[in-house]
Design a protein around this ligand. Structure first.
Ligand SMILES: [Zn+2]
Length: 279
């Protein structure tokens, strides 16, 4: 039997193929820049809503990895070990005044963001609409979430093709909660002018990411695995305060393409504590 050169060619082609870059793609506002975004109705909401409320944990693990995942308790799927640990950390903090427990609580406590999907209206190349054209946009600051609640409660549709609105997102240069990204909804206007406008819009919706997987909490088995990883102690020669606190002191490398939430101030912390006690 001779050498199958075609097979080798196939093998070579396969080996040299660039690994397909798979989504989801996250929108990252550039500091000091105003971005003009247009949002789309969500597949995960049967195209009836423009946002998901994402209750999640954003955790730096002792092994240096960062992961965010939906909270099963907030999703009504039973207890959540991370919420329990957050609550326990808070109780220890109030009992001892040890800030390590406060830091642990801040990291462990469930966080709420709004997730939307959209594209940059002034940058979109309508001749080349791909999955990368539509990004997941996170509203994580109090101000941005309030802007969304405000327009939704006025029953102003911002994702309709004809009467929707662009949103101007400004992320000021600098750091911290004072320079949170601001969202300004503009006057109604069609997403695209011209006779092909609706077709471009439909295509963008077609390629938009489905948020269902993202907002679905991990299975109980996966949750147990996450907690085991979180409570594992790679260093045994250091006094154990909390794995979180140790992780926070070490430079962390992010493996997930997810941004951490804005830094939290003390009043936000109080609000978080209150939300925890309501449960
Ligand atoms: Zn939880």
């Amino acid at each position: 039997m001779g050498t199958n050169f075609n097979l080798f060619k196939e093998l070579l082609e396969k080996a040299n193929q660039k690994t397909a870059k798979t989504g989801p793609y996250w929108f990252k506002p550039a500091p000091g820049t105003t971005h003009t975004l247009r949002f789309l109705p969500l597949k995960s909401k049967n195209m009836e809503l423009p946002l998901e409320i994402y209750n999640h944990h954003a955790i730096n693990f002792p092994d240096g990895r960062f992961e965010s995942f939906a909270c099963p308790q907030k999703a009504g799927e039973g207890e959540c070990e991370f919420c329990k640990l957050a609550s326990a950390s808070y109780k220890k903090y109030t009992a001892t005044d040890n800030v390590a427990y406060k830091e642990a609580f801040k990291q462990l406590v469930v966080k709420q963001n709004y997730l939307l999907v959209g594209y940059e209206a002034d940058k979109i190349d309508t001749s080349n609409i791909t999955e990368e054209s539509v990004k997941i946009v996170r509203a994580s600051s109090k101000a941005s979430m309030e802007a969304i609640v405000s327009i939704m409660s006025k029953e102003k549709d911002f994702v309709d093709f004809g009467s929707g609105r662009n949103v101007e997102l400004l992320k000021p240069a600098g750091k911290g909660a004072i320079v949170a990204t601001s969202w300004a909804f503009q006057d109604p206007e069609p997403a695209f002018a011209g006779k092909n406008g609706q077709a471009y819009f439909d295509k963008l919706i077609e390629v938009s990411p489905d948020l269902t997987a993202l907002i679905t909490p991990p299975t109980p088995e996966k949750m147990a695995e996450l907690m085991a990883r979180f409570t594992s102690q790679p260093k045994v020669d250091e006094p154990v305060v909390s794995p979180t606190f140790q992780a926070a002191k070490q430079p962390t490398k992010k493996t997930a393409s997810v941004e951490t939430s804005d830094d939290m101030g003390d009043d936000e912390l109080a609000a978080l504590r209150a939300s925890l006690q309501e449960d």
